[in-house]
Design a protein around this ligand. Structure first.
Ligand SMILES: Nc1nc2c(ncn2[C@@H]2O[C@H](COP(=O)(O)OP(=O)(O)O)[C@@H](O)[C@H]2O)c(=O)[nH]1
Ligand SMILES: [Mg+2]
Length: 198
């Protein structure tokens, strides 16, 4: 009887939206750590541990169900210089973009990451795509915000859609609330873009 009713409900209730979120950034910025933390918070209610991640060879993929009423597919792409040109293969399918900045890296490394980011936000295939910048590996919120404020300033050729900035504390055990807020923003903006395009 239960399976009869649940089958009926599944037919009546619409499938939740599924949004694909692309996590990019230069090597070692913390993309896989962000993916692990999202998985942990969304699939295990923050009760698991964010395990030590291994360098990403190609792609890490994870699916999270019922995140503020939608399902999320998370793609974490490798950030080695040889892999950066491959990112563009995923742009058209992506519903939103997360770009991770290592705010503790050297001036040269940050300049490289910023150049990669500026190239990305002017891609035609990312037109209108919501974009979230993450200031990572920096305990001082004002330093992370200063870095992001410069980056987020729109360039004339910018194509991406709404932008947001999130600072993540150094201690990954304190990320839970931030991850939830990030997901709320992502789901809200992906839904808005979907409605606008309907
Ligand atoms: N303490 C701390 N370590 C971090 C943080 N984010 C990343 N790491 C460490 O930085 C290294 C590279 O992170 P990883 O997620 O593999 O970077 P990716 O190459 O962008 O995927 C790993 O040793 C992580 O444990 C953070 O916010 N706090
Ligand atoms: Mg990685």
């Amino acid at each position: 009887m239960y399976s009869l009713f649940s089958g009926l409900f599944e037919r009546i209730l619409p499938e939740p939206d599924e949004f694909k979120i692309l996590i990019v950034g230069t090597e070692g910025s913390g993309k896989s750590t962000v993916l692990e933390a999202m998985k942990n918070e969304l699939n295990h209610n923050g009760k698991g541990r964010v395990s030590q991640v291994q360098p990403t060879a190609g792609l890490n993929l994870s699916r999270c169900r019922d995140v503020f009423g939608s399902n999320l597919v998370l793609w974490d792409l490798g950030g080695r210089p040889s892999l950066i040109p491959m990112w563009s293969k995923y742009f058209r399918e992506a519903d939103a973009l997360i770009y991770v900045i290592d705010c503790s890296s050297s001036i040269e490394e940050q300049a490289h990451s910023r150049a990669v980011f500026q190239d990305l936000v002017t891609q035609e295939s990312l037109t209108g795509t919501p974009c979230m910048l993450i200031g990572n590996k920096c305990g001082d919120v004002s330093i992370a915000t200063t870095v992001a404020a410069e980056w987020i300033y729109p360039t004339p050729a910018q194509t991406v859609g709404p932008m947001s900035f999130v600072h993540l504390p150094l201690d990954t055990t304190r990320w839970g609330r931030h991850i939830r807020n990030m997901c709320k923003w992502l789901v809200t903006h992906c839904s808005l873009v979907k409605q606008l395009n309907c």
